[in-house]
Design a protein around this ligand. Structure first.
Ligand SMILES: Cc1cc2nc3c(=O)[nH]c(=O)nc-3n(C[C@H](O)[C@H](O)[C@H](O)COP(=O)(O)O)c2cc1C
Length: 175
């Protein structure tokens, strides 16, 4: 997929639609070290914090991705055209600790331009982040009791903010 570099401040898309309907692929770990993974995510955000453009993701401790997110200092987010939706379904239901689900998905892996974490030549949007901050979700702060229904008492997400260091998009994402 042909992509060009986009200034994160100029990045524009239907953001809630991208997360909720299209989904993103969260790449973690270090490709050169041979320790990396990818999992589908649908909850997160983009914005500005501490004067820097960020991507924010949430990862449950039960995910294989969780250990890699904690051990390495970069992560990536990738979006794909609809033909890859089945692959995203696979990467969001199988665990990287049980086998090479990325190979099974048909996606190829390339180290990021600035991030050690994996990026994917097939992606129409590729966002590379440097981890800036994390915090564990505190169920004592849920103001709507219905939120607890997403957890049932355990596996509360860890929240990660990453500064967007490099962003590439196909024509669809040029804004
Ligand atoms: C559409 C979709 C969205 C998901 N969003 C998240 C998410 O935001 N955070 C999370 O921890 N898991 C999320 N998951 C679940 C993980 O992708 C799934 O558990 C995956 O198999 C974990 O892979 P891993 O063990 O290789 O890290 C989502 C799954 C799907 C299908």
């Amino acid at each position: 997929m042909e992509r060009t570099i986009i200034d994160p401040l100029d990045f524009t898309t239907r953001i809630a639609h991208l997360w909720d309907k299209d989904w993103l692929l969260l790449g973690s770990g270090d490709v050169d070290a041979g320790r990396y993974n990818a999992m589908t995510v649908a909850w997160g955000s983009f914005g500005v914090m501490w004067g820097r453009p960020f991507a924010q993701v949430v990862v449950r401790p039960s995910r294989h991705t969780f250990g890699l997110m904690n051990a390495y200092d970069s992560f990536t987010l990738s979006a794909f055209s609809p033909q890859w939706k089945k692959a995203l379904g696979l990467l969001g239901s199988k665990s990287g600790r049980d086998g090479d689900k990325i190979a099974e998905s048909g996606l190829r892996v390339v180290r990021g331009v600035v991030a050690a974490a994996p990026t994917f030549p097939e992606a129409i949007l590729s966002i590379e982040c440097r981890k800036l901050y994390w915090q564990d979700m505190d169920p004592g702060h849920f103001l709507d009791p219905a939120i607890e229904g997403s957890y049932n008492g355990s596996d509360y997400h860890r929240i990660y903010f990453g500064e967007i260091m490099h962003l590439e998009g196909s024509a669809d994402f040029r804004g």
